[in-house]
Design a protein around this ligand. Structure first.
Ligand code: ADQ
Length: 506
């Protein structure tokens, strides 16, 4: 069968394909697999089955022809310039993202953004149906594709559909602001199973179905109508993780260790190197962190070169106004603090607005004595898990916000409420001064947690939940009695036929 007509048993749909376009010097185009955790997780489950991945290639314009990279069949979905602006930057990142993150900034509502979202979701659903084999498993990812489950089910009732939310699912009081709230819930209810980062996210979803759609719910199961035999959808928590083994190996490489040492030397071998690593996003609490650190500098509790703070802020969504404003705010504040507290050859805060390759990230984690993770709301926060994974030496300390999904797993972290600046300052200081032995005990426990709950286990758990998701309610006693009566009648008819049969033939 030619690859273009072949069908696949496992179909993943995510906003982005797991590859980046690379243009050679003579203009030839190749694709490089992006080394993210999702790709690693999917590789582990796709290896055993015939898998295809549906997604946007990351540039506006016609979709490239389907192709195969690293054994995964890729089916690109094309987005026009206007669709990138309305579906992706608009509805996904300027409507849904703020609502799903506690409305830290105001959400923007435009009906034409939702129309684009609907149109693009339809295009994804069609691409999924085109490549899915009969009875295939379809795994849809994230808030950009919430209408896809119902759209796929309409055309392909034979496939099994799961959806995983990488970000939080908001409390119904906030979700209710969304003018298209019914459409979103109905879109999701097209799935057989819905996975969330935290138990609270799954509960928020179930409550929204009950309160906004008036649907019957029981524990973590929603019935899609009030009929007794209505289809049922389960919503539960399956927290995402990282490729522990792969990252642990990378951090143990002699080159990584040498680079970590070099990083510390280049910063003047501070007693304490504090690190922040985030996408430059208002959900990550970078401003709160810098405010707290600024006060510690002012009070002389920390001072360069004894303490140095490195903030890596990955460029993100720069065409959305709230992100441009945030960048100006953070860079202004870092500049002010450096002007005030840096000395020649000893900078108070090193600010890096770049993306780095994995080995460089691993070296940074290994070099840092304290990682400061202070989101105001975060689905999980993989950076926290990556940090503890890289600390194979047992060193380091993690400051972690109680508003990150990771808080529910990494109990031994130095926990903070980033809104409480005084408390945050104390927590940062505790992470600096706590005796080494105590910090090692904490790090060991957190590493064990991540090692036991890695991304491969996450993917396997999700697929297992999807496979065992309920379809119909248990039959009622009267239905069971009716079925038994039918079965008895059938058996009698067969016996009768059998008894008559030989005579009839004679
Ligand atoms: P993000 O909001 O992007 O993910 P996070 O979970 O921290 O947040 O993942 C970021 C990833 O990017 C990490 O793997 C990190 O190492 C990497 N990264 C960050 N800065 C980098 C840099 N400068 N250079 C290179 N790599 C960098 C969303 C949700 C999260 C959820 C994940 C996964 O918002 O809550 O944990 O999806 O489900």
């Amino acid at each position: 069968m030619s690859p273009s007509t072949k069908k696949y048993d496992l179909v993943v749909a995510a906003n982005r394909l797991p590859v980046d376009r690379v243009e050679g010097p003579d203009g030839e185009v190749t694709w490089r697999t992006s080394p993210g955790g999702l790709v690693t997780a999917m590789e582990s489950v796709m290896k055993g089955s015939d898998g295809a991945w549906v997604g946007w290639a990351g540039e506006a314009g016609e979709a490239p022809e389907p192709f195969t990279a690293d054994g995964i069949r890729l089916r690109p979905v094309g987005l026009s310039d206007a669709e990138v602006a309305h579906y992706y930057e608009g509805f996904a990142n300027d409507t849904l993202w703020p609502i799903y993150h506690d409305v830290i900034v105001n959400a923007t509502f435009h009906r034409y953004w939702f129309s684009a979202y609907e149109r693009v979701n339809r295009r994804f659903a069609e691409a999924v149906c085109e490549v899915a084999a009969k009875g295939a498993t379809v795994w849809v990812h994230d808030y950009q594709l919430q209408l896809v489950p119902a759209m796929v089910r309409e055309q392909r009732p034979d496939v099994r559909i799961g959806w995983f939310n990488h970000i939080p699912f908001p409390p119904v009081e906030l979700f209710a602001q969304l003018p298209w709230r019914r459409r979103v819930l109905e879109g999701l209810l097209g799935a057989d199973y819905l996975g969330f980062q935290r138990v609270a996210d799954a509960q928020n979803f179930v409550r929204a179905c009950r309160q906004l759609l008036g649907l019957p719910t029981r524990a973590d199961v929603v019935s899609v109508s009030r009929d007794d035999d209505a289809r049922r959808v389960r919503a539960s928590a399956v927290p995402i993780s990282i490729d522990f083994k792969g990252l642990d190996e990378l951090a143990r490489q002699p080159e990584t260790e040498a680079r970590a040492k070099e990083i510390r030397e280049s910063l003047g071998n501070p007693e304490t190197l504090l690190l922040g690593v985030d996408r430059l996003d208002y959900t990550k609490g970078i401003g709160h962190r810098i405010k707290a650190y600024g006060e510690l500098l002012e009070e002389d509790q920390v001072a360069p070169p004894r303490e140095v703070f490195v903030q890596v802020a990955t460029p993100s969504r720069e065409r959305v106004a709230a992100y441009r404003d945030l960048r100006l705010e953070i860079e202004g504040e870092v500049g002010r603090l450096n002007g005030e507290y840096s000395r020649i050859g000893a900078q108070a805060i090193q600010y890096l607005h770049h993306s780095y390759p994995r080995p460089e990230m691993a070296a940074l984690f290994l070099a840092a004595d304290v990682l400061v993770v202070t989101p105001l709301r975060d689905g999980m926060n993989l950076v926290a898990k990556e940090y503890v994974t890289c600390r194979h030496d047992g060193g380091g300390a993690l400051v972690l916000s109680e508003f990150a999904g990771a808080f529910h797993e990494l109990h031994q972290a130095f926990i903070c409420n980033p809104h409480d600046i005084e408390g945050l300052k104390q927590t940062i200081m505790a992470a600096i001064v706590t005796p080494e032995k105590e910090k090692r005990r904490k790090m060991k426990a957190m590493r064990r947690r991540v090692a036991d709950h890695d991304v491969q286990r996450w993917a396997a758990r999700f697929l297992e939940n999807l496979e065992h998701a309920p379809e119909r309610p248990e039959r009622s006693t009267s239905e069971r009695e009716a079925d038994e009566a039918h079965a008895t009648a059938d058996r009698r008819a067969r016996e009768l036929h059998h008894a008559r049969g030989p005579r009839g033939r004679h």
